[in-house]
Design a protein around this ligand. Sequence first.
Ligand SMILES: *[C@@H]1O[C@H](CO)[C@@H](O)[C@H](O)[C@H]1NC(C)=O
Ligand SMILES: *[C@@H]1O[C@H](CO)[C@@H](O)[C@H](O)[C@H]1NC(C)=O
Ligand SMILES: *[C@@H]1O[C@H](CO)[C@@H](O)[C@H](O)[C@H]1NC(C)=O
Length: 316
Amino acid sequence: MFWLHMACVKMRWLYMSLVVLGALCLYLSMHNLSLFKEDAFVFKKEHGQFLQLPDIDCRQDPPFLVLLVTSSHEQLFAREAIRKTWGKEKVVSGRRIKTFFLLGTTPRKDASRAVAQESRQHRDVIQKDFVDVYLNLTLKTMMGIEWVHLFCPQAAFVMKTDSDMFVNVRYLTELLLKKNRTSRFVTGFLKMHELPIREKYNKWFVSRHEYPWDKYPPFCSGTAYVFSGDVASRVYNVSDSVPFIKLEDVFVGLCLAKLNIGLEELHSEQTFFPGGLSFSTCRFKKIVACHFIQPQKMLTYWQALESSLGEECPAE
Ligand SMILES: *[C@@H]1O[C@H](CO)[C@@H](O)[C@H](O)[C@H]1NC(C)=O
Ligand SMILES: *[C@@H]1O[C@H](CO)[C@@H](O)[C@H](O)[C@H]1NC(C)=O
Ligand SMILES: *[C@@H]1O[C@H](CO)[C@@H](O)[C@H](O)[C@H]1NC(C)=O
């Protein structure tokens, strides 16, 4: 009798604990949701100060294309290679082109000083006061977009790209001129139906807490995308009213979705290669952007392209 009674008490305890646990889970999940609603993860527009600004007066001399290259303190060789190759294109088909590097800050004093010095020398660094880590890439991209909004809304087009990319600035300019678009234009390597990666050890892992929805909006691969100048101010304008996500390309996609701006192909052929592409001069003459290019390769490819300028390529 006694043992039966004890078993009942135990069952009751188990039952009660389950109810309490369930209520706690419900409370926590509601709490998370409301946190989300209370903008706990919202991008702060006026976050940080500009520490370095590049030398350009866009009102006097509006550029056709501004290339914003995300970079970090350690990537000095990549910046040097870009400055010697596609970053040195200043005028293409009579249009002004400018290449700038986006950086955050590092607690390392020597690296900070070196970048300040580099910025004084080349006047092509845009830097703000946030910690320069991969997880802050959205801040870095938004700094570039804010810079265009504040200092260079006259730019006809803006490209956001990375330090390990080869960009064929001439072909890009040619295609943009052909496309003849002036506003609400966004192009790149389109990702129309991406899903959040929920595997914990993946580089692009995103928890349900960070992003509770099952699908991403359409976005362009962050390796290289291009938009008409007006898009910068529009994206900046809505950036504090979409949920924050550390994946910068998805974040920009969320802003574009909110703005009802669709993504478009730049050309009928593929021109953006986020997965890389093996080099040949003829191939690289007809691409816009290619990923996974080491600084040394950048210089070799550039030389090969320069010395083959007049040469014909077989028609496809
Ligand atoms: C991103 O930068 C902010 C501002 O400096 C900093 O508070 C935050 O810790 C950084 N994020 C990471 C993941 O380090
Ligand atoms: C570009 O578009 C404008 C209208 O938006 C048109 O007037 C002009 O002729 C177009 N130019 C070319 C080269 O297609
Ligand atoms: C920013 O948004 C406000 C209202 O949401 C709108 O009135 C304004 O025109 C927008 N500015 C730009 C540059 O899109």
